[in-house]
Design a binder for this molecule. Structure first.
Ligand SMILES: Cc1cc2nc3c(=O)[nH]c(=O)nc-3n(C[C@H](O)[C@H](O)[C@H](O)COP(=O)(O)O)c2cc1C
Length: 170
């Protein structure tokens, strides 16, 4: 699968098989996140890999969906804003850094035959409490990770190019 194929066919998966993930695959997926670019190469991130069924069940308090807690793994992407690059006008880039790393992780997972679903609608304070995440750390995204138990074709609901691209000026 080339990069464009992965981008074209990847879908959010909200149904997972009860099948463990091979360590080799998990390692490669985490390596994809590690290799991601970040502003000034600060790498202001930590990823928590939740595999303990008890902890996954506790995460319901943060995002209460059966399909979410049923995945064999949940990955929690955390930012360290204090280590991240800040533009001269004060704009903070840690969310951008984390988004790039998450997307690389998600695409590598897809290449390995594994599904994910970016979760943004979680309760951050609950995630931090359950996982013992320090105050100064921010949780940017969660994703379940596992073998898909649903088949979805490539996405069709995207704006057409002519609506989103302009040349030279707005
Ligand atoms: C930043 C972000 C936050 C999202 N948050 C959620 C979420 O909380 N729950 C959910 O079920 N899907 C969530 N999604 C998945 C989107 O709904 C999904 O990517 C979009 O509808 C396009 O579908 P596709 O991923 O299958 O192409 C999120 C996606 C992104 C990029």
């Amino acid at each position: 699968m080339d990069v464009f194929d992965a981008i074209r066919t990847r879908r959010s998966i909200r149904k997972y098989l009860n099948k463990p993930i091979e360590q080799e695959k998990l390692s490669k997926i985490l390596e994809a996140a590690r290799l991601s670019p970040s502003a000034a190469n600060r790498q202001p991130w930590k990823f928590i890999v939740v595999t303990d069924p008890k902890v996954k069940e506790e995460l319901r308090a943060a995002y209460d969906r059966d399909w979410f807690v049923s995945a064999p793994v949940i990955i929690v992407a955390c930012a360290l804003p204090g280590e991240a690059w800040v533009r001269s006008d004060g704009e903070e880039y840690w969310k951008v850094d984390l988004a790039i790393a998450m997307q690389d992780l998600i695409l590598e997972a897809w290449e390995q035959g594994l599904g994910t679903c970016w979760i943004g609608a979680f309760r951050e304070e609950e995630v931090k409490r359950i996982l013992g995440i320090p105050d100064e750390v921010r949780v940017v995204a969660l994703t379940p990770l596992g073998y898909p138990a649903e088949e979805k074709g490539p996405v069709t609901q995207r704006k057409p190019l002519k609506e989103i691209i302009s040349y030279n000026h707005w």
